[in-house]
Design a protein around this ligand. Sequence first.
Ligand code: FAD
Length: 353
Amino acid sequence: MSGAKYDYLIVGGGITGTVLALQLCENGNSIKIYNREDEYSASNVAAGIINPVTGQRFVKSWMFDELLSTASGFYKHYDQLWGTSFFKYTPIHRALFSKNELNNFENRQGDPHYDKYFDYELRHPESKHFRGAEDWCSIQGARLDIAGFIQRAKKYLLENGCFFVNGLLDYTQLNVDTDQIQYNSDTFEKMVCCEGIGILKNPLFNHLPMVPAKGECLILEIPSISTTEIYKHKVFFVPLEQEHLFWVGANYDWDFEDAQPTPKGYEWLLQKVQDSLQVPFNVKQHIAAIRPTGKDRRPYLGRHPEHADVFLFNALGTKGSSLAPYWADQMIGFMEEGKELMGEVDLTRFTRA
Ligand SMILES: Cc1cc2nc3c(=O)[nH]c(=O)nc-3n(C[C@H](O)[C@H](O)[C@H](O)COP(=O)(O)OP(=O)(O)OC[C@H]3O[C@@H](n4cnc5c(N)ncnc54)[C@H](O)[C@@H]3O)c2cc1C
């Protein structure tokens, strides 16, 4: 039986593969996506927080202005098209635990590069449910409901002629040695690997250095707190669609055996919650996933050293929701128009002398 011909084979349908597929589809490409659907993939477990400033010193995240501008435009475009609201600007109310932290915050407020990310109106009504802090501040962040966005995008992609296979791509059946890429009976012009932590089992790219970071989180019901805004005390409290339900986390674990939630992770999270909240709560769920984090904390984009039509788009690490739209755009410029990739993300950085 002769198979079909496609422009692109995409491996992995988390936020990375999904955002890339949407952009390629808008450009008129034919696409087949292999994705082993997994309730506990990084994209499905993530909170989707987009946080402009992090750490005790409130340092702006790498390339944040460009990343947020592209991400907000991209997600809002689809929200408008689909009548959804997966992307939302959201204040992040953060507890400050020392005078030093408060000073750092106040110093940043005077900086014109940071000004637009601070909320000067002091309102964090739900902070009364949290334990004492030196003070609170409000940061202008955003949130993407990543799992919801991916699910809706799949429907849209199917309606627009893309093909999906729910299952693992079997690399032993892939032929990249001929003019066109062949898999089963299909042929493809190009292939892009977007498998998140699945890269460790990808024989074409598993030579690249990854520093996978497992993260565990809790889903909590907090009957006395009703808000649509994010609170950060000892950990993040992110309100979910259902009232009084919160995503709470997460920890970072670089020394783990598998992707399962652990008693140690649970204890750590529970302690943080107890140190944060002074009101009753119920633990509804304990979940975990592995973040695809690269060695230098920068995304991995580029071409396979020996196979000109085989590409990689991975290592979005802890920030998939803000990074995916901007870097998918750069990836397409590279694959379709031969535009150069920024050295910081180009995977040739690992082979340069
Ligand atoms: C606890 C936790 C909290 C997080 N919080 C945030 C946050 O607040 N904000 C934020 O922006 N990011 C957050 N992240 C990070 C975010 O989850 C990642 O950056 C992002 O999800 C990576 O997406 P991905 O598509 O590259 O990988 P994944 O989501 O892992 O998707 C890869 C997909 O490819 C599939 N796959 C793998 N191998 C194959 C194969 N051979 N064939 C077919 N399919 C395959 C997998 O099953 C999976 O569906 C968090 C992560 C964790 C774990």
